[in-house]
Ligand binder design. Structure first.
Ligand code: AMP
Length: 318
């Protein structure tokens, strides 16, 4: 049992943390408003936005196209009902998700500009991605060409490397959580299963989607950031082939195949792509290529030449 003094200290820390978060939120809202050409607004209410067409429905609510009235700045507004959040016992998870995503600023991570709430709802203001989910694009096209795949794998690896350097593990990489903006660039979203660890603790929570789950998570063993690397390999396979490597009719067989790392690469796949996938999808987490190695892989550079120049710049500035 914690002593009353300790409890009070913990409460004070909690309050300070909330106050600092609120202060940052207001500053951020102001920054966005300024970027969007508006200088005085400190915090938003629903009246500040014109709500447009629905963009989709997620686990906890709907997402709408929105335009900030003062600036004409177009965003995606995620609307969540407080009652529903409480019923599903997720306010804590949502707070963590918002807090993590809010602080990650990277060209391939979906920006979370801010949030506000009224009596019934919480509104999350997000960067708008015109081309929607990679999931939908894959459904429409069946599979992707090597150029698009290489670009997405590069951009996803870059986003995840940035997360890992900040001790954030995403833990739910899949085509539904990858959005594409109007320029065709990838934006990693949905940090609902993400965790920020202190650098040494290995977490054992089971989360994510079956087809993308690595063996150590299935076995409920402790896991590290290498779970995300595994999912990068699965996504690369799915983009090129049109289905995930362990996707079979029954869940039990999928689980069995993941545990044995049993998958087959089509003969038609280019040798370089095969090599890259084989070096990422490994049972042993430490054997999986690092994300920097993925980004510098010859197959990736061949099909996404910008990777070479990005890589060179990163190496020089380090
Ligand atoms: P979510 O609640 O994040 O799963 O989002 C539900 C749906 O809304 C997704 O399937 C997307 O189609 C759409 N969506 C979510 N966020 C955005 C965004 N930032 N830009 C465009 N569409 C989005």
């Amino acid at each position: 049992m914690a002593s009353p003094l300790l409890k009070e200290k913990a409460n004070n820390i909690q309050t300070e943390r909330q106050e600092s978060l609120e202060k940052e939120r207001l500053t951020e809202n102001k920054e966005i408003a300024r970027q969007a050409g508006e200088t005085t607004k400190m915090s938003w209410t629903l009246n500040d936005f014109a709500i447009g067409r629905p963009l989709g429905k997620g686990r906890f609510g709907h997402v709408y196209l929105g335009k900030e009235n003062a600036s004409g700045y177009v965003v995606a507004l995620k609307v969540l009902f407080k009652k529903e959040l409480v019923r599903l016992n997720v306010p804590h998870q949502l707070r963590r998700e918002v807090e993590i995503q809010y602080h990650l600023r990277h060209p391939n991570i979906l920006r979370l500009y801010g949030y506000f709430h009224d009596a019934e709802r919480v509104y999350i203001v997000l960067e708008y991605c015109q081309r929607g989910e990679l999931y939908r694009i894959l459904k429409e096209r069946g599979r992707l060409n090597q150029e698009d795949t290489a670009k997405y794998i590069y951009q996803l690896s870059s986003a995840l490397d940035f997360c890992h350097e900040r001790n954030v593990i995403h833990r739910d990489i899949k085509p539904e959580n990858v959005l594409i903006d109007k320029n065709g660039d990838l934006k990693l979203s949905d940090f609902g299963w993400a965790v920020q660890h202190d650098g040494s603790v290995k977490r054992a929570t089971i989360c994510g989607t079956l087809d993308y789950l690595p063996p150590e998570m299935l076995a409920q063993m402790p896991h590290t950031h290498k779970v995300d690397n595994w999912s990068v390999g699965i996504l690369m396979f799915e983009c090129l082939v049109g289905k995930a490597p362990f996707e079979v009719p029954t869940q039990s067989e999928t689980i069995d195949r993941i545990k044995r790392c049993h998958f087959k690469l089509p003969d038609s796949m280019e040798a370089g792509a095969k090599e890259l996938i084989n070096k990422i999808i490994r049972i042993e987490p430490e054997e999986r290529l690092s994300l920097k190695e993925v980004m510098a892989h010859p197959w990736l550079i061949q099909h996404y030449p910008k990777a070479a120049s990005h890589h060179a710049i990163e190496t020089v500035t380090k």
